[in-house]
Structure formats: C-alpha cells, structure tokens
Design a protein around this ligand. Structure first.
Ligand code: URA
Length: 421
C-alpha cells in the first residue's frame, strides 16, 4: 500500500477499507508516513467526509494504538462527555453524584483551548490538584471512591494525540469524522458500559448550528454503537453560558453550590438529565423520570459534595467550599430593554483577556478571574441593574472587561422569549 494512493482515493471521494485506514494510522504512529502526508489525508477526510463504517474503523485503529483502562470492579462503569461550552461545570458535579449510585466514573478530561474552559483547568483551581494520574492510580481511586477526573494518560490513544496536533495546525479540526474518532477513541479506552454525550450548539459552542450539532451527535452515537458501547446524546443550548459563573475557580465554586443542593437551575437540570440518561443506559433504572428524581434527592443529601471533596483531596488538591476570587466590580445595564441575545464568543474572549484562558497551548492560567453573568436572554432589564460581575486581577484588565461587556448583549425594545435549555 502507498500513502499517496490512499490520500488520492479519499481526495476523489472514495470509501476507504479498514485495512487502508489501519495502514495510515499505523504509519502515523511508527513514523513511516510523513506528517505532511497524514495532514493531506486529514484534509481529504475533512473535505470528502467518511461514512459510518469508515469513521468506526478510524476510531478503532486510534483506540488500538494504545492501552485501555483495566476493569477493576464489577460495578457498571459510565462517563459523560461534553463537546464544550462556556460555563460548563457539569463534570465536577456529575462524577461524584454518579459515584454515590455505586457506578464507577473514570473521567479522562481535557484542558480548555479557545473560549471553552477545560475541566482539568477548573479542578486545578484547588491548589495541588493532580491531573496526571497513572492507569494504576486511576484504578486505585476508582476502587476507593468510584470517581476520578484526570487527564488522558500518555498510553491512551497515542494516535489521536499525534493526529490532533497535526489537525490543530492544518485547519483540519472541524471534520465530523475526525472529531468523532478523536472523542470516541478516548471514551472507548475507558472500558465503559455506557456513555452519554452532551453535544452543544450555539454562539459559544464548537458547533454553532443545531443541524451540525445533530450531525455530530448522530456520528458519535452510531460510532459508539458500532464499537459495542451503548451511547446516547443530548443536544443542549450554548447560546449563553451554562449557569452564571464563567472562569475556573468561579465555576468550581458554582459546581459546589449545585452539590450543596442550590446553584443555577439550568446547571442542575442538565446534570440531572445527563445522569438520568446514564443510569438508564447502564441498566440501573428503567424510567428516566424516576432516575432523575432519585439523582435530585441524592444531590440534596450532601453525600455527592462529600464525595467531590474526597476526590479533590485524593488527587492532592486542597479542597475548600469557596475558592477565593479576584477583586470584583459590577457591570450595570446602560439602559432599559429586553435581552435578545448574548455574544458567547465575546464573553469567552473577555475571560481569556482577564487571564482565565489560554491563547495558545502552555499559557499560564489565572484561576481566580472570571465573570458572573447575571442576565439571561429574555430578561427585561432596568437601567443600572447589575448584568455581570467582573473578577479581575487589576484595574486595567477590569476596565477593559467593562468596555467589552458593553458590546456583548443584543437588545430589543419588545419582549423576547427565553432560550430553552
Ligand atoms: N475534542 C477532541 O477530543 N477531539 C476533537 O477532535 C475535538 C474535540
């Protein structure tokens, strides 16, 4: 087989065999195929797409390029993956909540890049939190606590790591087939019994259009099913932040509020829905409504909060219920009106400018900065009403955030319907 033949076949819109896909992935990992050829192949896949069989074959090859997490108990093993959005702190709540139901939750998570925050960055707001657990440490923690949130280990799907680095610098990230295989190979490596995906759509999401989010959700669930992993997906709105807090320690604090039975209703509702789907998919519940009701009761018991604190401490983080935040200032509405929309990308950029996100890989993260977004689309607002709280390290970055906040809301003179979650 020759790489050029396979690249050319995909360039011309033909369907690749599993052997051809395996040849390319093996060549990427052992270095026998040049990076520029793999990048050309990725571009051909982006332009021509892959069918479900090809996508599953690619996922399987990337999975087989590394190890899988060993099963360490008879308990059902489940996980949730979100395609990323602003203020999405659900993982911090859901992992310990599910662990209270005697299921294992081995969450291998990522860092934020661009405007979407990363779960690992949020957890690193607890000083000392370790995100580099080994496979053995992951198993030990699952046995002790039933939940772990850590980074992907170097032995899991190395082909994905190499391919992602090439995609990142060759404008080949936004391909449904490549995103699907990249997400699913890492989730399959967790040796799960069930997976639920929270596929976001809207101004602050990877997939801005509902139709592309639907296409991605279908591709992810079909790939999971083909490779023997019961996979469900829900589509959720990301045209405004989830909850109020955006920023690392800000979001960790809000997650703790939800774990205390309070917090914003959208964060709670989404967490319960995703958890309910998982309990049903894992065969622990027959009816979604009953599963959600039981999860809600558990959330209010205080036990999931204790489990979260134990998880943070087990991973050497210094847990506290309220992490300190940078100095705050209120941004007030300049006039009256209804809020028709909010520029999610703009809000995310403000948090990055405050120091809470990365412009490029390896940038330092300032955990204490962020935003509390008090207004929701559909709200009727009076002049002077607080719309947001800015947490900033100094007066200059605070002033700049205030200047930019003037531009993020879209106003209407007549009433606007709220956005459904
Ligand atoms: N997340 C991943 O892990 N991979 C992608 O390709 C996109 C998002």
């Amino acid at each position: 087989m020759l790489p050029t033949t396979i690249i050319g076949k995909k360039r011309d819109g033909q369907i690749l065999t599993a052997d051809e896909i395996q040849f390319m992935v093996a060549g990427l990992v052992d270095g026998s195929i040049a990076d520029y050829q793999v990048a050309a192949w990725a571009m051909a896949i982006l332009c021509r797409g892959m069918n479900t069989r090809e996508t599953a074959a690619l996922t399987d090859c990337m999975l087989s390029s590394g190890q899988t997490l060993p099963r360490c108990s008879d308990k059902p093993r489940v996980d949730k993956h979100s395609t990323g959005g602003l203020g999405d702190k659900v993982s911090l709540i859901l992992a310990p909540l599910l662990a209270c139901f005697d299921v294992d939750v081995p969450m291998l998570s990522g860092r934020g890049l661009g405007i979407t925050g990363g779960t690992l960055d949020k957890l690193e707001s607890y000083p000392g939190y370790r995100c580099d657990l080994s496979e053995v440490e992951i198993s030990q923690q699952l046995q002790a606590l039933g939940c772990v949130i850590t980074g992907t280990t170097p032995h899991i799907a190395p082909a994905d790591r190499q391919l992602y680095q090439l995609r990142d610098v060759t404008a080949t990230v936004p391909s449904i087939a490549l995103i699907t295989s990249s997400i699913m190979c890492k989730k399959l490596a967790e040796s799960l019994d069930a997976l639920v995906l929270d596929v976001k759509f809207g101004s602050a999401a990877f997939m801005q259009q509902l139709s592309s989010a639907q296409e991605l959700a279908t591709s992810l669930t079909q790939t999971g099913e083909r490779l023997g992993l019961p996979t469900r997906a829900i589509l959720s709105d990301m045209n405004q932040p989830l909850g109020q807090m955006v920023g690392n320690a800000c979001e960790a604090n809000e997650a703790v509020e939800v774990l205390q039975g309070g917090g914003p209703s959208d964060v709670r509702a989404l967490t319960l829905r995703l958890g309910g789907e998982l309990l049903c998919a894992a065969g622990l519940h027959a009816h979604l409504e009953n599963a959600i009701a039981e999860l809600a009761q558990e959330l209010d018991s205080g036990r999931p909060l204790a489990r979260f604190a134990a998880m943070v401490e087990h991973q050497r983080g210094a847990f506290r219920e309220r992490l300190p935040l940078a100095a705050s200032s209120v941004f007030a509405a300049p006039h009256s009106g209804w809020l028709r929309g909010v520029d999610g990308q703009g809000l995310g950029q403000i948090v990055i400018e405050l120091g809470g996100g990365r412009r490029k890989l390896g940038d330092h993260i300032e955990h204490s900065v962020g935003l509390k977004v008090l207004a929701r689309v559909g709200d009727q607002v009076q002049p002077g009403q607080p719309l947001a709280v800015v947490y900033a390290l100094d007066a200059t970055s605070s002033a700049e955030a205030h200047r930019r906040l003037h531009q993020v809301w879209d106003w209407s003179d007549s009433s606007v319907a709220p956005l459904p979650l």
